[in-house]
Design a protein around this ligand. Structure first.
Ligand code: GTP
Length: 281
């Protein structure tokens, strides 16, 4: 997605409009980069509306960091859940926390004689955090789309979940805080923004540098290379040699080794590595 001011304003207005229709918001973040994958305006946008922070891709992030993030949100009085939307892990918890949060509201409605009003929720998040995957995972087999018979509905589509819950079938897409170079790099490392923003060779070099700092052991073990007290470029060269990323004549194929490292990092092959911890705030 190419974000420009007009586009940002439009998506924000759309999210604002949809927020009026729901009882609870699921703010989806990438557990590897909970800061960089956060929309800078989201807190103001959501306001007092009940919110659950969903830390997705927990399979790719470090267990230790995951625990720290949950604690961090707990301290702030915000409900947070670790999820692996691709495997459907943690989605039940989202539903049970939602029901818990909305219990009082439902009881008040009951007292007024309004029964079985569905609890409505929507997902918001920056591109690539896993919004569609989470919708599919929550929808699962136990659910049915409401009003999606051909010719019947125009307008909002609600997916019926268990427990009298309904989920808006289109997520709210918002922009990340990409003016910050660190944020841009984190988004690029995790594959959330396209490689074209920075050339792959430089990106891979920056990733090697970052991993040398925060995850030297996994890097060393994955590629059997020395990583301590070394220049990132030398580490990159060694990885290229180990993996046979060589052009005819013996020169290093930087594009190939760069793609290899980025792919392996994004798929969790180097390890479950979190790039941002609460104490980075
Ligand atoms: P946009 O449509 O760009 O806004 O993206 P989105 O937020 O809807 O993300 P989407 O569901 O398309 O997921 C992006 C990528 O992340 C896909 O390749 C998913 O398979 C992957 N993905 C989503 N959730 C998880 C997860 O929990 N673990 C892992 N390993 N991959 C995931």
């Amino acid at each position: 997605i190419n974000w420009f001011p007009g586009h940002m304003k439009k998506t924000k207005e759309l999210v604002k409009k949809n927020l009026k229709l729901v009882d609870v918001v699921f703010e989806l973040l990438d557990a590897r980069i909970p800061l960089s994958s956060k929309n800078p305006d989201i807190d103001v946008l959501v306001g007092n509306k009940p919110r659950i922070v969903v830390l997705n891709k927990q399979d790719l992030s470090s267990d230790e960091a995951n625990k720290q993030w949950i604690k961090y949100y707990e301290k702030k009085g915000i409900k947070a859940v670790l999820v692996d939307a691709a495997k459907g892990k943690g989605t039940e918890k989202i539903i049970s926390i939602t029901k818990d949060m909305i219990k009082n509201k439902m009881e008040r409605l009951k007292e007024k004689g309004i029964k079985n009003k569905p609890i409505r929720a929507m997902i918001v998040g920056v591109p690539n955090v896993g919004k569609s995957t989470l919708i599919n995972s929550l929808a699962g087999s136990k659910s049915a789309k409401t009003g999606n018979r051909p010719g019947v509905t125009k307008g909002k589509q609600w997916i019926k979940l268990r427990g009298n819950l309904e989920l808006l079938d289109t997520p709210g897409i918002l922009w990340p805080k990409f003016e910050d170079e660190k944020v841009g790099l984190n988004l690029a490392f995790t594959g959330a923004i396209k490689d074209e923003i920075i050339d792959v060779e430089t990106l891979a070099l920056r990733l090697v540098e970052k991993l040398q700092e925060i995850a030297p052991l996994p890097l060393k073990e994955r590629y059997s290379v020395e990583v301590e007290d070394r220049k990132p470029i030398d580490v990159l060269d060694d990885i290229a040699l180990k993996r046979g990323c060589i052009i005819k004549g013996g020169e290093i194929d930087y594009t190939r080794v760069a793609r290899l490292i980025l792919d392996e990092f994004r798929n969790g092959k180097i390890g479950s590595i979190t790039l941002e911890y609460p104490d980075n705030i």
